[in-house]
Design a protein around this ligand. Sequence first.
Ligand SMILES: Nc1ncnc2c1ncn2[C@@H]1O[C@H](COP(=O)(O)OP(=O)(O)OP(=O)(O)O)[C@@H](O)[C@H]1O
Ligand SMILES: [Mg+2]
Length: 222
Amino acid sequence: MLKVSNLTKEYPTPAGPLTILSDVSLEFQRGDAAAIMGPSGSGKSTLLYIIGALEPPTSGTVTLDGLNPFSLDEPAQAAFRNDNVGFVFQDHCLLPQCSVIENVLTPTLVSRENKNYTKRAGSLLDQVGLTERLTHRPAELSGGEKQRVAIARALICEPLLLLCDEPTGNLDRHSAENIASILLDLHQKQNTILIVVTHSPELAAHFPVRFELIDHKLQRVS
Ligand SMILES: Nc1ncnc2c1ncn2[C@@H]1O[C@H](COP(=O)(O)OP(=O)(O)OP(=O)(O)O)[C@@H](O)[C@H]1O
Ligand SMILES: [Mg+2]
């Protein structure tokens, strides 16, 4: 279970602390899927980064199956992220010099598990429809294809948490629909906790549970 309790995030600025998140709490079980919406600058990426243990909160706690990643030292925190968190970044962050399959395999380089990840990478890339693109470099892919590689990479280490920041941000309607159905399909097959941050009402409409970040607070809207 993912439990976020009374989370606050402030950034120091010359004019004093800048509040981004205030008293945010939520709970998700394995198999849950939710969308988080909100205006630009409202703190959606910040919240996702904190949930994914990429950025510490100012106060409050995040626990995954009872473990608070921010209580761990840095190497243990990195291992926690590698084992539990799949992150699809707002600008996908693929390595330009690596091929599609190499990009998907990157997280496994530091994995402590000794599994046949190449087979799993091939299967994930098949599921996102990229079997014909395994040796392409990111520059040789369309925007939607890059997002699909990022989704396969996020799932390679079988994470409990699949966190997606604007996964359909720069895509046309058809490609966005395609990414949405791939995400929900893989989420169901892998039984993850899926949290998607989006500006798109069409993407959010795929999720039964929706939140909005308004005035630093998270409000459930459906
Ligand atoms: N390191 C930082 N120092 C100071 N302020 C920051 C820092 N990182 C983010 N912010 C501020 O926090 C606010 C929230 O940023 P965040 O990226 O979470 O917004 P967002 O809701 O994801 O926006 P968008 O929809 O445009 O991606 C912004 O106003 C931003 O300027
Ligand atoms: Mg953002």
